[in-house]
Design a protein around this ligand. Structure first.
Ligand code: BTN
Length: 288
């Protein structure tokens, strides 16, 4: 051990705290992040926040962890969450009325994360439907939204965000080396996780205000601009409820579902699952 931090193989990690004190330095939260529950290690920040929510924690409460031992991803995957390098954060919303379409609860964090990462790093972070964040074609962040329904509208919404920040290539498991990245891998420098969390909370709060005031079209428009792959991109649909198939993306519908002009004909509406970009395009494009 050194005064700066623990050894990880040959590398020494400088301290990069994400405690409430660190996040609240030079940053005065309004509602989001006013209450931060920080842990050195948890199973999953979403699980931890769900337990805290049932004890009555208010809207805007944030759980942050330096490490997750059972980080959860979409489609029952795990989210690799090594100590000290990534952001593992969950935010609690308690909607007071209906009328906000459910998909906006995933578009909101996608837009906020892309904006926050662009603001802090200047790097071209994009959204890949539904809410993967990519940098130069590799995944840099992911979002898992857990909704607990009430009789008329969601009672609790837990937005979980995982970001690869200061991960070195060796911090990524071999099977992710080709498809994932981090800010440090892309830019060759380290970033303050607290600064990213500050930017993220600001962006989340601004976007949520739009949703609540009924001007969520601005948010959808921002999502569209940050997600060029939702229009005219050759993709393969995998892990959905139907069979895998190939096609060209043709935009999103009013529910946030992705429209795909299938290579086998017709336009399919994809509300669930995952799309993978096909490098080099389709062999037999629709209409050709
Ligand atoms: C994905 O599969 O892309 C979603 C990954 C979401 C990971 C984050 S990390 C913080 C929060 N807690 C979890 O267990 N998962 C989310």
């Amino acid at each position: 051990m050194t005064p700066e931090g623990p050894h990880f193989g040959q590398a020494v990690r400088p301290a990069d705290p994400i405690t409430p004190e660190a996040v609240h330095t030079d940053y005065t939260p309004k509602v989001f992040g006013r209450r931060i529950l920080y842990y050195d290690s948890v199973d999953s920040t979403n699980n931890t926040l769900r337990r805290a929510a049932s004890r009555g924690e208010p809207e805007g409460t944030v759980v942050l962890a330096n490490e997750q031992t059972a980080g959860r991803g979409r489609l029952n995957r795990t989210w690799v969450s090594p100590a000290g390098v990534g952001i593992y954060m969950s935010l609690l919303l308690r909607p007071q009325s209906g009328g906000i379409p459910l998909f906006l609860y995933t578009f909101l964090p996608a837009v906020a994360t892309a904006r926050a990462l662009r603001r802090v790093s200047g790097l071209p972070v994009f959204i890949h439907w539904p809410n993967d964040l990519t940098l130069r074609g590799r995944k840099i962040a992911g979002i898992l939204t857990d909704v607990r329904s009430g009789p008329n509208h969601p009672r609790e919404v837990i937005i979980g965000i995982g970001i690869n920040v200061n991960n070195m290539p060796g911090d990524l498991p071999p099977e992710l080396q080709e498809i994932a990245t981090s800010l440090t891998i892309a830019a060759g420098r380290r970033y303050s996780r607290a600064s990213i969390i500050q930017a993220l909370l600001e962006e989340l709060e601004r976007g949520y205000a739009l949703m609540k005031s009924g001007t969520s079209m601005d948010l959808v428009e921002a999502w569209r601009k940050l997600s060029p792959s939702h229009q005219g991109t050759p993709v393969e649909v995998v892990g959905g409820r139907g069979k895998n198939f190939r096609g060209i993306t043709r935009g999103i519908d009013h529910d946030g579902a992705l429209l795909i002009e299938a290579a086998h004909g017709g336009v399919e509406r994809i509300a669930f699952g995952e799309i993978r970009r096909i490098r080099g395009g389709l062999q037999h494009a629709p209409g050709s």
